[in-house]
Design a protein around this ligand. Structure first.
Ligand SMILES: [Zn+2]
Ligand SMILES: [Zn+2]
Length: 358
């Protein structure tokens, strides 16, 4: 056993686990606790150019196994051997010993929401689903809520953008037309766009920690859907004690691919900011020249509960934020309930039409 993971309870010798409620190391058998002192020091932002060229430095994390999922490709490090993938629910997994985390993490956001709180949030979410099939609510497999530390890549960038566009202004005019029904001339108001001469300007901004998921099998949209993670203010220096008793997903999205995704996000955010500065009601022929400087990156881990289940052979996933408890989920629709709803709406629309026609 390595020195990192010989964190044993002094009273009974069992292995400590990280407890989100007390934010300490806690013995699951006798309840003894050991304080964890949060540290915000030493988190390094690494020059992007250098990081892209250099090989990533791994960091040892012994005492863990890796479960590799043949269905979704996720590689999950955990202390107990698992028979199913916690990401997609597939039982098509193989296992090996973990030597090291493939990339040295700079920081970690520890769990704050406990397993019980995550379950309560999940139950509330399930109860709110009235278009889901009724038998979903007592499916055994959806009760497997598992807490994961997920790898994320963060990027900082100083942006300078020059933009140009033609602004448009909504105008109205009254026009005459011949109505064949009443066989008479009528007037109506039409809206049109009056295009102004091209305008241009520039926009400067600094983006702190643009996040990109480090996992191919869990797109960044999942992290956004539960509100993202406040890494600039809350990220702590990497400390493997926070991983004790939890599952750790290993990054499988290489830095160049993550940077490509981050660049796209930065481009879109900047274009939106530029468009907000445009005069008028609409625009056309928008173009933007983007210059980036001070680019840095780092790898960190963030907490997320994942419920992966299969319903009639199809995989679904529900995610719960490990610090706020926010839930985002996918669920199968009940076609019986959806059909009834559509029929009810059609009847309602028909009734309204009939009433207004009277
Ligand atoms: Zn103990
Ligand atoms: Zn899987």
């Amino acid at each position: 056993m390595s020195e990192l993971y010989s964190r044993r309870c002094r009273s009974c010798g069992a292995s400590f686990v990280y407890d989100p409620q007390s934010e300490t190391l806690k013995c699951p058998y006798c309840g003894s606790q050991e304080t964890l002192t949060p540290s915000y020091e030493g988190i390094q932002e690494i020059d992007l150019e250098e990081a892209l060229q250099a090989a990533q430095t791994p960091t040892s994390l012994t005492g863990y196994h890796v479960v590799y999922c043949q269905s979704c490709g996720a590689e999950i490090a955990c202390q107990e051997v698992r028979a199913a993938c916690g990401f997609c629910g597939s039982e098509n997994v193989s296992e090996k010993a973990l030597q090291a985390l493939p990339v040295k993490p700079q920081g970690v956001l520890p769990f704050r929401v406990s397993q019980e709180e995550a379950r309560a949030a999940f139950d509330r979410w399930v109860r709110s689903l009235w278009l889901a099939p009724s038998d979903l609510k007592d499916k055994r497999q959806i009760e497997k809520i598992r807490g994961f530390y997920l790898p994320i890549w963060t990027f900082d960038a100083q942006v300078w953008a020059h933009w140009r566009a033609e602004p448009g202004y909504y105008r109205t005019r009254t026009e005459r037309y011949f109505d064949p029904r009443s066989r008479s001339w009528q007037s109506r108001t039409v809206t049109y766009v009056e295009w102004g001469p091209p305008v241009s300007g520039h926009h400067q901004d600094f983006y702190d920690d643009v996040l990109v998921s480090g996992l191919v099998s869990l797109p960044t949209s999942y992290l956004d859907s539960v509100g993202g993670f406040a890494t600039p203010s809350d990220l702590q220096a990497y400390n493997p004690d926070y991983f004790l008793g939890w599952e750790v997903a290993l990054p499988d999205k290489p830095l160049p691919a993550a940077w490509k995704e981050a660049y796209q996000r930065i481009y879109e955010m900047t274009a939106e900011a530029c468009k907000r500065a445009l005069p008028g009601d609409t625009h056309r022929n928008f173009s933007m020249r983007l210059q980036l400087s001070g680019l840095t990156t780092k790898l960190a881990y963030v907490p997320l509960y994942v419920v992966a289940y299969r319903y009639k052979g199809k995989p679904y996933r529900v995610v719960i934020h490990g610090r706020s408890g926010a839930v985002h989920g996918e669920s199968p629709l009940s076609w019986v309930k959806v059909t009834l709803l559509v029929l009810a709406l059609l009847v309602g629309v028909g009734l309204l039409a009939w009433l207004s026609g009277r």
